[in-house]
Design a binder for this molecule. Structure first.
Ligand SMILES: Cc1cc2nc3c(=O)[nH]c(=O)nc-3n(C[C@H](O)[C@H](O)[C@H](O)COP(=O)(O)OP(=O)(O)OC[C@H]3O[C@@H](n4cnc5c(N)ncnc54)[C@H](O)[C@@H]3O)c2cc1C
Length: 446
């Protein structure tokens, strides 16, 4: 029986395993050094914040694997001998495979800062990081201050986590406004405000110079590059992005870039070896997407597509229109299509509306010559994914999007609606006279 071995029990590897099982009788083994069972990485923060227990982050009961004949092995792979079709584990054991799926995810970036390996310095990625945070920062008496380095989605999550236990947080952000490489200026500013309103000591345009040792191998402070200021702290969170977890593949003959290079069928340069999820790098970027995308749903999509290919139904990975969602402290964010940040291309024009008093805003991107709708970001307003997916596929113009904006709203009924204010601002700004059309369930479910 053909033996499919998957390295990595995250969303990508587990989705591939489940769908291979649905479609075949092949022998399947999932290997991971991190945990016995699959868990939802995106929910780690809620465990620390006391909203759930770690067991609640496991989508499948422990009996699921045996029932579905998916063998689990807890071990670290040290080397892949691609031509011999064999894995070497750190404990000296080996395992043969007929087909191999590499789904090893990411690791937090470290940029060679002095002191980055001291005790008390950590990322937020693996289960072990959650355990370390519990140890390093159980409360504000043990951790009198934490410094977080790197202003992205994981950095703000870590700030929120520590803040939930009343631990003072200093947040070092290299850019002059939070995540402004991704978010347009108005939105980035709104997030700055939300961070400050939560009492986080946000330092913009600020770089870490070094982490200072207490003499016993533990961090005691950080030094700021621009000013030389010393900030005392008990924990340093390194959240300056992630990078594909592929170090162990260096001697494997598999072609590597920043990640494992794959084509649209998710095949690597070696026959019968595939890569999916955060660790995979598309040889050619798909549309305006990045060649490496460290997001949950694309890992799942890759797992689904690859399972088809492995079960003799070749299927290219086709992620469709970009979308994503996140939460910045208490403000929900959604994005559909493309709305650029600081490096906006020339052809992209933005319409931006912000609520007068609350942290609610919308940015709509459109083509400056053709008025083609390119994408939308919302803060504090929930939108319907299927509607924007459809409108992007249909190539709607921005005026049409504005006209039918009520169809796209997904806020619960008792929520205050903002379409009237948005359209008034749009008409004023663009010299138009667009009339909002009443929401229609018939259109929504068409
Ligand atoms: C705190 C946090 C919050 C996030 N929030 C969001 C969010 O809100 N939305 C979103 O879209 N994305 C979010 N992400 C990103 C998302 O979680 C990842 O994109 C996704 O989990 C990647 O899945 P994966 O299957 O590719 O890899 P992973 O989930 O990283 O799984 C890979 C597994 O392989 C194991 N492994 C690696 N190397 C080896 C080896 N050599 N031997 C054995 N095992 C190995 C790893 O230990 C790991 O268990 C978040 C990430 C983090 C860390």
């Amino acid at each position: 029986m053909e033996h499919i071995v998957i390295i990595g029990n995250g969303i990508a590897g587990v989705t591939a395993a489940r769908h291979i099982r649905k479609n075949s009788d092949k022998r399947i083994t999932i290997v991971s050094g991190e945990t016995d069972y699959f868990f939802s990485r995106t929910a780690l923060m809620y465990v620390y914040m006391g909203h759930m227990k770690f067991e609640h982050t496991q989508p499948y009961e422990n009996w699921f694997w045996e029932k579905n004949r998916i063998e689990l092995k807890k071990a670290w792979v040290e080397k892949v001998a691609g031509k011999e079709k064999q894995l070497h584990f750190s404990n000296g054991e080996t395992m043969d495979f007929d087909k191999l799926i590499i789904a090893t995810g990411s690791v937090p970036n470290k940029f060679g800062w002095p002191g980055q390996d001291l005790d008390g310095v950590q990322g937020l990625y693996h289960k072990q990081d959650l355990d370390n945070l519990e140890k390093n920062a159980p409360n504000k008496e043990v951790c009198k201050r934490a410094v977080i380095v790197g202003g992205g989605l994981i950095g703000i999550e870590m700030a929120e986590m520590l803040h939930s236990r009343h631990i003072p947080v200093t947040f070092l952000v290299r850019e002059d406004s939070f995540w402004n490489g991704v978010l347009p200026a108005g939105e980035s500013e709104l997030v700055n405000e939300e961070i400050l309103a939560n009492g986080i000591d946000l330092r913009l345009s600020t770089n870490l110079e070094e982490i200072i040792d207490d003499g016993n191998g533990r961090c005691k402070a950080v030094k700021i590059k621009e000013t030389g200021e010393i900030i005392e702290c008990d924990v340093v969170g390194l959240t300056a992005g992630v990078t594909p977890n592929i170090n162990f593949l260096k001697d494997s003959d598999i072609e590597l870039g920043k990640g494992v290079k794959v084509n649209r069928l998710l095949e690597t340069s070696i026959k019968d070896i595939y890569a999916i999820g955060d660790c995979a790098e598309q040889r050619e970027a798909i549309g305006r997407r990045r060649p490496i995308e460290a997001v949950w749903y694309t890992g799942r999509m890759m797992g689904e597509a690859l399972a088809q290919t492995i079960c003799s139904n070749p299927m290219e990975y086709n992620p469709g229109h970009w979308f994503n969602s996140a939460k910045f402290m208490d403000v929900e964010y959604q994005t559909y299509g493309w709305v650029s940040g600081r490096n906006k291309p020339d052809f992209e024009e933005h319409f931006h509306w912000r609520h007068e008093t609350e942290l609610i805003c919308v940015t709509i991107a459109y083509h400056k010559d053709t008025d083609l709708f390119l994408g939308i970001n919302t803060f504090g307003i929930r939108m319907r994914h299927e509607i924007f997916d459809r409108w992007l596929t249909e190539g709607r113009k921005v005026d049409e999007v504005m006209t039918y904006l009520k169809d796209a709203n997904f806020d619960p009924e008792f929520y205050k609606l903002h379409e009237n204010a948005i359209i008034t601002h749009y008409n004023k700004q663009r010299g138009k006279n667009i009339q909002l059309v009443k929401k229609s369930w018939k259109r929504i479910f068409a």
